[in-house]
Design a protein around this ligand. Structure first.
Ligand SMILES: [Zn+2]
Ligand SMILES: [Zn+2]
Length: 328
């Protein structure tokens, strides 16, 4: 196999050639055709998330074809195209797993963090955490649905149905998908970008946003809810100020810079601040079934697997329109 591997946080990924992995019990062997680049990968590479497996192959938006089956796999066939997401395994027995909240499992394993992921041409994965994927999408178009899409979907599901005016802070891969979903539900999207990022603002308008502006500006209308995808803690007070009484502010990212202190009065009025963590398999099934019906279209920028470091730098610099996807 060929892979881009992280030996140590803070270092560039290294190209590695190694023997192909062998699928164990309950695992599928997958020939990867595309893997999306997610901001979480940057947090892993930069050492902002605790205790990654090292060395680790990042990547958790994997699309590929099943080329081998371990024993006791009965949900996929050889040759089937599947998706492999962030949630790679759960314990199945903790109180969260038992109560339908496996996204909060006490002993989970995440793809590209504790389990080798998709910055490679081959991988193995626990078949119970893989999904069939729609034939309506190419491999590259599908990849961003597997995390950016899923976390956007889960974030939007935390907003009640009467909330018609949604603010979105940070307009990248997740935002461009959730905007299409929000428009499909007849909501208006107010998109906030890095100050002066005209390209992202044009992109947001193209995806159906009603209003676009710099994240240090206040919107012209009061928002019912806001979703923050940018990893910038100072956006939390900004978003709380922008939402109405009883409105919710949802943090969709796994890591943020520290939140500056703020006056209690911007939370007062029964405003709610919450995060969204990971995904459940039910989220994945529901969203992957819904996406082609909307239909959600993803904007992608392809990079060769060996150029993974360039893709990560482009994401860090805010130079992508849509989602980066690695092609092995
Ligand atoms: Zn558990
Ligand atoms: Zn992700």
């Amino acid at each position: 196999m060929r892979a881009m591997i992280l030996e140590k946080p803070g270092m560039p990924l290294q190209f590695l050639e190694a023997p192909d992995p062998i699928p164990g019990e309950g695992e599928v062997l997958v020939k990867i055709s595309a893997c999306g680049v997610c901001r979480t990968d940057l947090h892993v590479v930069d050492g902002e998330l605790p205790d990654p497996k090292l060395p680790i192959i990042p990547g958790h938006e994997i699309v590929g074809t099943v080329t081998g089956l371990g024993v006791n796999v009965d949900n996929f066939k050889l040759g089937e195209r599947i998706g492999i997401p962030w949630l790679g395994r759960t314990c199945g027995s903790c109180s969260y797993c038992q109560s339908g909240a496996e996204n909060l499992c006490d002993d989970p394993g995440f793809t590209g963090y504790q389990i080798d992921g998709g910055y490679a041409d081959v991988t193995v994965a626990d078949a119970r955490f893989c999904f069939p994927v729609s034939a309506d999408y190419s491999d590259s178009e599908l990849a961003p649905l597997l995390c950016a899409g899923l976390i956007g979907y889960r974030s939007l599901s935390m907003v009640d149905n009467d909330s018609g005016r949604i603010g979105i802070y940070g307009f990248g891969a997740a935002a461009h998908i959730v905007t299409q979903l929000a428009r499909h539900q007849d909501r208006e999207v107010y998109a906030f970008t890095r100050p002066g990022d005209r390209a992202a603002q044009e992109f947001a308008l193209e995806m159906g946003a009603t209003w676009v502006g710099d994240s240090d500006r206040e919107p012209p209308d009061e928002l019912d809810a806001a979703i923050i995808f940018a990893p910038v803690g100072s956006l939390i007070p900004a978003a709380l100020k922008a939402v109405r009484k009883g409105g919710v502010v949802i943090c969709g990212g796994i890591h943020m810079s520290d939140i500056p202190s703020f006056a209690y009065k911007i939370l007062w009025g029964e405003r709610v601040l919450r995060s969204v963590a990971n995904l459940t398999r039910q989220d994945a099934r529901d969203f992957l079934e819904l996406a082609p019906k909307v239909p959600i279209r993803t904007r992608i920028e392809e990079f060769a697997l060996e150029d993974a470091n360039l893709a990560l730098e482009a994401l860090r610099a805010g130079n992508l329109t849509g989602a980066a996807v690695l092609i092995p």
